[in-house]
Design a protein around this ligand. Structure first.
Ligand code: PEP
Ligand code: MG
Length: 372
């Protein structure tokens, strides 16, 4: 067994000397970040902040989104701020000296809002008993009904939420700025990057970026430190890929969200790959592997190519990565190398595989044997 371990270590270190792609990991906790680092990750390419709003904090998110008054919403945001600051400080500490891409909140709304059927049943049950239904339940049901969406994955998510809920972007960016400050004052070398999800138009990014910069400048002034956090965007909608030249005017980096990009390019639900017809498509040979696992080069891959070319035409030093599941799939990693990306980001456990494949792709290119 020791022989195998040594052989793998040698292969990895050889891959590291030749590869051009940087390999980062997707992680949302200090524990995952530390694990990713042990696997050789060179930073965090995606920290999904919505994962920090589950459990007991769900209540605060619910209050923030469904708030009846501005004061109620501001209170929920004020309660969330110190929790977020601690989340970010922990991850920045675990990844000290390496880039950490923190993505602004991107929850599909239905994952956070209370279940309206449950609420309706509770209210109806009370009424059937001749009792007065709980006033809070009634108020909540009204709010949930107003926010209801038939297609939450195509609805109020990502940047749209940031633009619609006053104070949300401000709270998250302030928490990032304060966490970076805390690490700087402790002698660390935090490298936070701020990423905006689900952008489809440069104007969305322009609005959010202006707010990000305003809050960072305010935090810098208050703390007497220099906060230099690049701001970038996910490219995960066909429209973003097709207008990447414009979007790059406001972005210092791009990261392809190939999960959503595959979903929106094919029009397949990423949450329903277990549906019967999907395996029928595999059986019939429409595709040989799921496009959610191996990047579809003809469709999604072309959009990636367009976005890379247009983005760099606007901004030659644009940093470009990928943080969808494909970032850890060998065939897709090979494609991302050829497409000229700077980094792939994948789950911590897939980091070694991505390092190996990135090395293999670089060698194949150098030998002129790149047939893929
Ligand atoms: C993606 O869409 O590929 C992505 C990385 O974001 P998420 O999976 O969180 O939607
Ligand atoms: Mg996405």
């Amino acid at each position: 067994a020791q022989g195998t371990v040594d052989a793998v270590a040698r292969a990895l270190s050889r891959a590291d000397t030749v590869r051009r792609l940087e390999v980062r990991a997707n992680a949302d906790t200090p524990e995952d970040a530390a694990r990713a680092r042990r696997f050789g990750a060179q930073g965090i390419g995606l920290c999904r902040t919505e994962h920090m709003f589950l459990g007991e904090r769900r209540k605060l998110v619910e209050q923030m989104i469904l708030a009846g008054t501005d004061a109620e919403r501001d209170r929920a945001l004020a309660d969330l701020l110190p929790l977020q600051r601690r989340d970010f400080a922990g991850i920045l500490e675990a990844m000290d000296g390496l880039p950490v891409t923190i993505r602004l909140l991107d929850p599909p709304l239905h994952e956070f809002l209370p279940d309206r059927t449950e609420l309706a049943v509770r209210i109806a049950t009370a009424q059937a008993r001749g009792e007065e239904p709980d006033a809070h339940d009634v108020e909540l049901l009204g709010a949930v009904n107003r926010m209801h969406e038939e297609n939450p994955m195509l609805g109020l998510r990502g940047v749209r939420l940031g633009l619609v809920v006053p104070g949300l972007v401000t709270m998250q960016v302030r928490a990032i700025g304060e966490a970076v400050t805390e690490r700087l004052l402790a002698g660390g070398a935090p490298q936070a990057e701020i990423m905006v999800p689900l952008v489809g138009d440069v104007r969305e990014l322009r609005l959010v970026r202006a707010e990000v910069q305003r809050v960072l400048a305010e935090t810098s002034r208050a703390a007497g430190v220099v906060l230099d956090c690049p701001v970038g965007t996910m490219i995960e909608l066909p429209r973003a890929a097709l207008t990447a030249g414009r979007i790059a005017e406001e972005a210092e980096f791009f990261s392809f969200g190939t999960n959503d990009l595959t979903q929106t390019t094919w029009g397949f639900s990423r949450d329903d790959v277990e549906a019967e017809f999907f395996s029928a498509y595999l059986d019939k040979g429409v595709f040989s592997t799921s496009p959610f696992e191996t990047l579809d080069r003809e469709g999604v891959g072309r959009l990636v190519g367009i976005a890379v070319a247009e983005g760099r035409a606007t901004r030659p030093d644009l940093k470009i990565g990928v943080c969808g599941e494909h970032g850890g799939d060998p065939d897709s990693v090979h494609f991302f190398h050829t497409a000229g990306l700077d980094y792939v980001s994948c789950s911590p456990f897939r980091v070694p595989v991505a390092r190996l494949e990135a090395g293999r792709a670089a060698l194949a290119e150098a030998e002129g044997s790149d047939s893929r």
